[in-house]
Design a binder for this molecule. Structure first.
Ligand code: ADP
Length: 241
């Protein structure tokens, strides 16, 4: 397996920000912290990161176009699913266990028009939380809450990196299409009635497929629509999943 250089911090504002501040470092450097004071989700949302989780960001410098960057979120999702038995992927960037979110993924990049400088893929996994703040208790879960066992952070990290390398190297060599079938199998969003939330606008749809570009295909009352990751949130009609 290619070598991952892992840097451990006690506390940072956000491992993604720390990775970006150190983007001159080599490909496959991992920034991990026991806690984050300003963990972030998509669209400026906050990510709760106390000392019970694994918060890490992987700095990547693949020879791919900026347009392919969003696949890295899907690749990381497959890798987390490879470590957490019975988990599924809520397209595009959450890993679900039971019916709640056990992991979130936030992929960011720096590029010029055609050339990618680097990708930072942030992965946050709730490992040993016995409870969550009230506002998250309907959405979030931890490996401990679902399995009753505590997980060693470093052991999980090593298992994750070996799964990540498996999927990531295939993606970089052959493109996402060779992983698309496996992604579809793990994707719990498919076949579900969902609500597409686009800014202030939301409407019902049925999620029917993931295309070769990793985009979600939905049927709405106005016909078939392609939903790009990053621009919408998908919710089940009765709740988070
Ligand atoms: P979305 O669910 O739309 O994909 P994000 O990927 O941006 O949202 O994740 C941010 C959201 O995740 C927050 O608004 C909050 O609802 C939830 N959240 C925050 N921290 C955690 C956590 N540690 N575990 C699970 N869910 C969390």
């Amino acid at each position: 397996m290619k070598k991952y250089n892992i840097i451990f911090y006690d506390c940072v504002d956000s491992t993604n920000l720390e990775a970006k501040r150190n983007s001159q470092m080599e490909d496959r450097t991992v920034f991990t912290a026991v806690t984050q004071t300003g963990g972030r989700g998509r669209l400026g949302r906050k990510w709760f990161s106390d000392e019970n989780g694994l918060w890490m960001s992987v700095l990547l410098k693949p020879d791919i176009s900026p347009a392919q960057c969003s696949f890295v979120t899907l690749v990381a999702g497959l890798a987390v699913c490879g470590v957490i038995e019975n988990s599924g992927i809520k397209w595009p960037n959450d890993i679900v266990l039971g019916s709640k979110k056990v992991c979130g993924i936030l992929t960011e990049m720096s590029s010029s028009a055609e050339k990618l400088n680097y990708i930072v893929c942030g992965i946050g996994i709730n490992l040993n939380n016995e409870s969550f703040p009230d506002e998250l208790s309907n959405i979030a879960t931890s490996l401990y809450l679902e399995t009753g066992g505590k997980t060693d952070r470093e052991m999980f990290l090593n298992r994750f990196l070996s799964e990540f390398e498996f999927y990531y190297s295939r993606f970089v060599e052959n493109g996402f299409s060779c992983l698309a079938d496996e992604y579809r199998k793990k994707c719990i969003t498919l076949g579900k009635d969902v609500t597409i939330i686009r800014g202030d606008n939301s409407y019902p749809a049925i999620a029917v497929d993931i295309n070769e570009n990793g985009e979600l295909i939905v049927e709405t009352e106005n016909g078939t629509e392609t939903v790009l990751s990053g621009e919408v949130s998908v919710r089940g009609i009765f709740g988070y999943v």
